[in-house]
Design a protein around this ligand. Structure first.
Ligand code: BGC
Length: 460
């Protein structure tokens, strides 16, 4: 385009040069439309029995067919395994959406996330026993909801086979086995507690259920945290993998959308940074969508870009801090921290990051570059999340939908919600009302609600 002002041509700033280099990370409307089409195609492949094996997104039936109606009451135990920590909770669902919750975070020693199934399950059972004794609830045999946030092929509400690990876990002897049975075996090895596991669920399902307890039109659960995934309410007739009673019209489906792109359908979006992150990850070629969206991988994408910027002499005057060359040297929280401090006109978090990495002199310009990189990477993630949720909402066809969302990236990034909304307002069919609501503690309270709905179903 010509120079409309007719004045002097604007000088290219340092940041302009950076922007030019990183242009490929900004997604165009066309790219997002293609992303949405690919996602819809993969959802349909996943739902159909004949094509499920070749689908990227497996669309697992969750066996959760009833949404809560707010009348769920009682005391439940919940386990939450899916990230760096492991939690045990006891939740009392009461009148008027009030609930009481006591929880304890148990550290998950990193070696257990790469060890054997027996070691991990013995640890979980030990924590459960500790919790139950601390709270003197050993004699009550409370129903337990187990939030296990990895891809699980469910064969019932209390039976689910782990298909593969994600998010940095790689525990042997787990994939191909029933996750509930493995835990029950560990509990009986101890012999000191008696537990009634009434449901296994994904954190997205917990998020949807937790939100639906209050918002009856909540039909989608989204997590953008360490990992990324969404579930939604699908017509039972479309869920061909479901083997149970088909008389109920709807079922929550766990898309496992983090795997989108595994068959190459998102290759047109991948930058050299993404390719490098994938290649050096624990599971190359897997979870390609998640690698562009979730906290665990975004920090690696950011690190790779920063390395490139230093190499191109666009950052730190070309002086490479040695630490920056190491995988995972950039911690995930920086992306949100930097954006939050930028809001307040401060560069302190950019400076802290560069100093932590060992940079000797950090200029204002360096901080601008870092902040810009973080913004781009977060924005791309949010735009992809927005496109994915729009696809789901359009597919479901409900005219008024609430999306329950949780996860550290969505929760702590000051603009993530707005970035998503900017895409959703363009992509969601006109005439459909929608909103996104931060869903509190899906993995804990959601597990209790799933357990409560299951208990109601079985006449408890
Ligand atoms: C897992 C999903 C989970 C998501 C968010 C992904 O890596 O495969 O099951 O819902 O992370 O925790």
């Amino acid at each position: 385009m010509g120079n409309l002002c007719g004045g002097k041509k604007k000088q290219t700033t340092h940041l302009d040069k950076v922007k030019k280099e990183l242009n490929g990370i900004i997604l165009t409307d066309d790219q997002l439309r293609r992303h949405s089409q690919e996602f819809l195609k993969q959802i349909n492949l996943g739902l159909a029995k004949k094509t499920n094996a070749e689908a990227d997104v497996k669309c697992f039936p969750t066996y959760v067919q009833d949404l809560p109606d707010g009348s769920e009451r009682g005391k439940f135990l919940a386990l939450d395994l899916g990230g760096t920590n492991f939690r045990v909770l006891v939740i009392d669902l009461g009148e008027n959406f009030l609930f009481r919750m006591k929880s304890r975070i148990y550290v998950l020693p990193p070696e257990l996330t790469l060890g054997t199934a027996v070691q991990l399950n013995d640890h979980i059972a030990a924590c459960l026993s500790d919790f139950i004794h601390r709270h003197s609830i050993a004699s009550s045999k409370l129903p337990l909801g187990y939030t296990f946030s990895f891809p699980v092929q469910q064969h019932g509400l209390t039976k689910g086979i782990l298909t593969n690990w994600t998010k940095g876990f790689n525990v042997s002897g787990f994939a191909g086995h029933d996750v509930v049975q493995l835990l029950k075996d560990a509990i009986s090895r101890r012999g000191d507690i008696d537990i009634d596991i009434v449901a296994i669920l994904n954190d997205t399902t917990g998020t949807l259920m937790s939100c639906a307890w209050r918002y009856t039109n909540c039909k989608v659960g989204l997590i953008v945290g360490t990992g990324c995934n969404a579930c939604y309410v699908e017509r039972t007739e479309n869920v061909e993998l479901f083997t149970g009673d088909r008389s109920k019209p709807y079922m929550i489906v766990n898309t496992e959308m983090g795997a989108l792109g595994e068959s190459g359908g998102l290759d047109y979006l991948l930058t050299d940074y993404d390719l490098a992150v994938d290649k050096t990850s624990l599971y190359p070629g897997k979870q390609k969508g998640e690698k562009m969206m979730s906290g665990l991988f975004l920090s690696e994408v950011i690190r790779r870009i920063l390395v490139d910027m230093v190499e191109k002499k666009l950052l730190l005057n070309g002086e490479m801090p040695e630490k920056l060359l190491h995988k995972d040297a950039v911690q995930t929280h920086y992306m949100s921290d930097i954006e939050a401090s930028k809001e307040k006109g401060s560069q302190k978090d950019c400076e802290r990051l560069l100093k932590d990495l060992g940079a000797r002199t950090v200029t204002k310009q360096d901080c601008e570059v870092v902040a810009y990189v973080c913004e781009l990477v977060a924005m791309r993630s949010a735009h992809l999340a927005g496109s994915a949720i729009s696809t789901i909402i359009n597919k479901m066809g409900f005219k008024d939908v609430t999306v329950g969302v949780d996860g550290s990236v969505y929760r702590y990034h000051p603009h993530y919600h707005d970035y998503m909304m900017s895409v959703m307002t363009k992509m969601i069919d006109k005439g459909t009302k929608f909103e996104m609501v931060l869903s509190n503690d899906g993995s804990g309270r959601g597990a209790a609600i799933v357990a409560a709905v299951a208990a109601k179903e079985h006449g408890h």
